[in-house]
Design a protein around this ligand. Structure first.
Ligand SMILES: [Zn+2]
Length: 248
């Protein structure tokens, strides 16, 4: 059950939406899937238990049939393209990027195309034509080329920016990448979700994206997701939507 002190700000914000007769739209993105694992089973069990649709951002070069078989009867799971190999090509002094300006554009566009084709053929029914760049970064000059490959949207982190391709982004990351490596303090994540809700209440119509990485979750991360789904399940003011719904 939710610790009431920590979760109260979210309960209060959802109440505000409910009183206004409004429903906030959420979507859930989990990154770096390659193959079936116990951690993936744990994630899928939460999706099943709370009927929450999820998008797995799958690394095309490393994945194969085993993941497709595991997901075959998971009707709420969609699959998006997460880079090609998820290898960093930036120098040690830069932020990590697979698809920055470190390599020829033609080479990267070829990888973007191979990733699209590979995951579409492995995951036909679950495939969504959305590109999720590793570390949420991609060279801006590649963006106008994405629709020609077949991508309908880009998914990175932060409020969506207008550009050459639509963005369906994530906004709240539960992990503390630069500190403990585990889950961020639950109160901090709750505060971030409430801030996003307030921004949407003021008129921004993009859905709120929650970002997770099942392979590195500690107990606190699993607990956070479970409690979030539990809290949202008793409110009429928040709705988990499939990513497909936000594509034109
Ligand atoms: Zn990743």
């Amino acid at each position: 059950m939710a610790n009431e002190t920590i979760w109260q700000p979210l309960l209060d914000e959802l109440k505000r939406w409910e009183d206004a007769g409004r429903v906030a739209r959420f979507w859930f993105r989990d990154d770096d899937a390659i193959e079936p694992t116990e951690a993936l089973d744990q994630l899928l069990a939460l999706s099943d238990r709370f009927s929450v649709p999820m998008t797995l951002a799958v690394i095309p070069a490393s994945t194969g049939e085993a993941l497709a078989v595991r997901l075959a009867d998971q009707s709420r799971i969609s699959v998006a393209v997460h880079g090609w190999t998820h290898k960093n090509h930036a120098s040690a002094s830069e932020k990590k990027q697979e698809l920055g300006s470190h390599r020829p554009a033609d080479q990267m566009l070829d990888e973007l195309s191979r990733g699209y084709e590979r995951l579409r053929s492995l995951h036909t029914a679950r495939f969504v034509p959305v590109f999720v760049p590793p570390w949420n970064r991609i060279a801006s000059d590649l963006l106008p080329e994405l629709p020609g490959i077949g991508y309908q949207a880009l998914s990175v982190f932060g409020i969506a920016k207008p550009g050459a391709i639509a963005q369906v982004n994530t906004h709240v990351d539960i992990m503390d990448w630069h500190g403990t490596g585990g889950c961020r303090p639950h109160a901090d994540i709750v505060r971030d979700i409430v801030r996003q809700l307030d921004n949407r209440f003021q008129g921004n119509e993009e859905p709120i994206g929650i970002l997770t990485h099942h392979l590195v979750h500690d107990a606190a991360a699993w607990d956070f997701i479970e409690t979030l789904f539990d809290v949202m399940s008793v409110s009429r003011a928040g709705s988990w939507r499939p990513l497909e719904e936000f594509l034109d």
